[in-house]
Design a protein around this ligand. Structure first.
Ligand code: SF4
Length: 158
């Protein structure tokens, strides 16, 4: 993967992302996160961390910061919410170890989706998250719920 340069932008637009949707880690960041918290990621999943996914031909599991209110090991299908690492002063509590996707995102870059897919590619052959959760397939109602969330009438798009 051709890595994008990291950014240090802390404008309101960038901070608002942390209130709405978290960025994704790269597999190579896992050991640094474990070192930072002095815990194994299996102890943190469902608490500080969560397993998100990318569905293409294969289902690819990806590590992410958890969102407030989610106590499951799996990211909710509607993956919107405030990052657990955003502190009351709107600073990132893991800034030096923030997910690669957070580190290279800013309001001047292209849409995040390119990076999202590239990061999923990095997790494709990784064994790190295998066996840590029983992945639950989204239901039809989950799909409807997400469609509403992404519609122009949704509060998530304001
Ligand atoms: S890890 Fe830090 S930069 Fe990334 S979404 Fe959470 S608070 Fe924001």
């Amino acid at each position: 993967m051709n890595k994008k340069p990291e950014t240090n932008c802390e404008c309101d637009v960038c901070k608002s992302r942390c209130r709405r949707r978290v960025g994704w880690f790269l597999p190579e960041q896992v050991s640094k996160i474990e070192e930072f918290f002095n815990k194994n990621i299996s102890e943190m999943i469902g608490k500080e961390l969560v397993i998100d996914y990318w569905a293409s031909d294969d289902l690819i599991l990806i590590l992410a910061p958890n969102i407030i209110g989610n106590h499951n090991k799996q990211m909710p299908f509607k993956a919107f919410g405030q990052c657990v690492f955003l502190d009351p002063q709107e600073k990132c509590r893991i800034y030096s170890n923030r997910p690669y996707e957070c580190a290279c995102a800013d309001h001047n870059t292209d849409k995040n989706e390119t990076t999202h897919e590239q990061i999923a590619g990095e997790w494709k052959d990784s064994e790190i998250l295998k066996g840590l959760i029983e992945f639950e397939e989204p239901t039809f109602l989950d799909g409807l719920d997400l469609m509403f969330s992404l519609s122009p009438y949704s509060p998530f798009n304001l």
